[in-house]
Write a protein that binds this ligand. Structure first.
Ligand code: SAM
Length: 216
């Protein structure tokens, strides 16, 4: 894919799949226009990188549909000053988007091969505010807490308790909540000692596999 063509495809993706469907956060739209999504998908399916669908990235996992990445990122309401925990690094695509929009990012992935691929790719992009961890992200990352925001790209049956305890006051968690195959995209805001949940729409994510997630 040549550079001019992929720039055109990316601009079209942002206009037709994201802005037109109601995402208005200009910082999110710019980040999505800048990050070269085609580098995050396997070579054999690079021609599909800007399509309106999730794609396989190996190990039985997926890179989310561009609109979903934008919707989840916008739902975090990032101003640029936040420390963020991302659970489910996957290809590193959403990591690269988030890194542009926050102060500091910790990203955790249970599959070491995906984490190291993402780490290598982001190093070539000279993104320097990301710490890559391998492990069970359902436990959060106590050594790096508190976090102002937590984003999970894997579906949980309920909000993992460690995420609530590692969230700063007024902090936001965005995650798919529900069953193994179908969930509600949810935004949880910590207000005092209460966690308030808003449902943003139906979605389908791979399961969060871990102590506070599904068992496989
Ligand atoms: N946002 C990613 C991207 O842009 O490519 C896609 C993430 S994919 C939908 C979900 C990821 O969550 C998978 O890579 C999966 O291995 C990971 N995952 C599932 N359970 C996990 C856990 N307990 N801790 C960390 N990562 C987990």
């Amino acid at each position: 894919m040549d550079l001019v063509k992929e720039n055109v495809l990316r601009r079209r993706m942002v206009e037709e799949q994201i802005r037109r469907r109601g995402i208005r956060d200009e910082r999110v739209l710019s980040a999505m226009e800048e990050v070269p999504r085609h580098l995050f998908v396997p070579k054999e399916i690079r021609h599909l990188a800007y399509a309106d669908e999730p794609l396989p990235i190996g190990e039985g996992q997926t890179i989310s549909q561009p609109y979903i990445v934008a919707e989840m990122t916008a739902a975090l309401r990032l101003s640029g000053t936040e420390k963020v925990l991302e659970v489910g690094t996957g290809s590193g695509y959403q990591t690269a988007i988030l890194a542009r929009l926050c102060r500091e990012l910790v990203t955790i992935e249970r599959l070491a091969s995906l984490s190291s691929g993402a780490r290598r790719l982001l190093a070539t992009m000279e993104i320097g505010n990301v710490t890559f961890l391998v492990g069970d992200g359902s436990l959060g990352s106590p050594g790096q807490a508190p976090f102002d925001r937590i984003l999970s790209a894997a579906a949980a049956p309920s909000v993992p308790a460690p995420w609530i305890s590692q969230l700063s006051q007024g902090g936001i968690i965005v995650l798919p909540l529900g069953g193994r195959y179908e969930q509600e995209l949810s935004r949880v805001t910590l207000v005092g000692d209460r966690a308030e949940t808003e449902f943003l729409g139906g979605c389908r994510f791979v399961p969060l596999v871990g102590i506070h997630g599904f068992n496989r």
